[in-house]
Design a protein around this ligand. Sequence first.
Ligand code: PLP
Length: 394
Amino acid sequence: MKVYLDNNATTPVDPAVLKSMLPYFTEKFGNAASRNHSFGWEAEEAVEDTRKIIANELNAKTREIVFTSGATEALNLAIKGFCERNAELGNHIITQVIEHKAVLDTCKEMERRGWEVTYLPINKDGSVNPDDVASSIKKGTILVAIMHANNEIGVLNPISEIGEICKNRNVAFLVDAAQSFAKLPIDVQASNIDMLAASGHKMYGPKGIGFLYVRQRNPRINLKSQIDGGGHERGMRSGTLPVPLIVGLGRAIEICSKNRSEENRRLQQLRDKLLDGVLDVLPDTVVNGSMEHRLPNNINFSFPYVEGEALLMKLEGIACSSGSACTSATLEPSYVMKALGHSEELAHSSIRIGLGRFNTESDVELAIQEIVKAVISLREKSPLWRMMKKHEIS
Ligand SMILES: Cc1ncc(COP(=O)(O)O)c(C=O)c1O
């Protein structure tokens, strides 16, 4: 079996999370909306426990948390729901070029509906410049959507600075925190965040559950629901709540939060070992994105003169990816690499490694060994690489 090193795509469910979920599939199977008996009350209590855990984690109120099927749905609800409800205030949205497709494709849909969208460029290190946000806000701008951590290169955006700009200019601020929530501390009050989306399966919780934080005071954010029927989640997202998944989400957040500093320290050590191990032998490797402002578990390399897909095929013992999981099905080079200013060839030569809770030092040693061996062997077969090396020697 391959060693799993793609924890930015998804994480395995922590055994303690699974254990917490199991009773809610069987004996505690009630519908959280059933008001007439203890089965319903028990389910509702479990749901409210998780709502409290999320609210505490964000410094928010429980009534500000709306459960969804994941970050994609939460981001759709945030962008479409906010724009539809506030259309009289303007028709301009600001985002940036390397957001996840859940934001970019939703913004494209808003353009089809007649909205104007500004896609900000990124700095060389992969982050958004807050000055660009400030200078793009104009009359009619109602929403800024900027991710906290990028899913391909792990780069962190200065969300507190951007939040302050949005607050001062009276523009709502949406943060996609799918990669960072619970793993890094986030305070929606201190960072002036109005809406925030996350998914359970990026933090050792189950797939199919996530949430949207929607600010209720200073200012109150109003959304038009995107799924109607039954008025669950204070009318913002109807549908019977998946209680076992919600319980698992709560437990996953508790574990991340409790062990956060220790876990991040360990992951960063492993990541740096991997980085050094590769760079020591392959010095012409390009490291994509800031090393200073970055998720501790992520590294993204480009290997000039090596084709990323061919490299992945050679990495027999490890599972990693050549871009985000959602776009790696296509042969298009990653739009994130292109936005960093890479040539088509260099963009095609990138791989992403996402370390996780269950990875060990020997996994990292194996990864170094496999990557180095595969890159050297592919380069030996590359006429361009051989020509370049000959040129360097002569
Ligand atoms: C940054 C980011 N945003 C949004 C999403 C979408 O999450 P989900 O597929 O769980 O809805 C992901 C998942 O890949 C992500 O990494």
